[in-house]
Design a protein around this ligand. Sequence first.
Ligand code: FE
Length: 208
Amino acid sequence: MDPKAMYKLSYGLFVLTTKFFDKDNGCIINTAIQAASEPNQISICVNKANLTHDMVMQSREFTVSIISQDATFDLFKRFGFQSGKDADKFEGFSDKVKRGANGIYYVTEGTNAYISVKVEKTEDLGSHTMFVGTITDMEVLSDSPSATYAYYFDNIKPKPEAVGKTPEGETIWRCRICGYEYVGEELPEDFICPVCKHPAEDFEKVVK
Ligand code: FE
């Protein structure tokens, strides 16, 4: 069995946003799909380690802004590589968001559409929860093509710096998603990237 088969699945990329009382938050997901057409429904799967997950559980409403090929790496850093527990992800970003009819922010730059959803069902899948809901509002924002996960890796994410050799010959495990580096001969199986929350399977071994 080759676990790399998982990388052959294709995905879009989205900024998932929600609002619970006065708190706005959001994160990057790659799991929004149209789940049914009659009635028109969207599903998303969100990692339970994300604060946005807990907030959608409570608010039962969310918006997905569809990331386009115009997006910069800054958008991914802002929503993907910091936690809403420590930072206000919308600070200094007010000119790149608007509130939709549901009162939740959608992102207006580096995106080509947004879809607002009212949660009807949740399913506990272990690491993630699946949220399924009906669409309450949606608009097209730009004609720019949607960014796929593969497009992000090839064109948006900075290429990792080449590694030199050190006399110590340390082994580095690098997160494929965000570039975080863990130093150690073996990466613990249950390791979670402290930056982007991806699991040990998303690390690759780099020998310095
Ligand atoms: Fe990471």
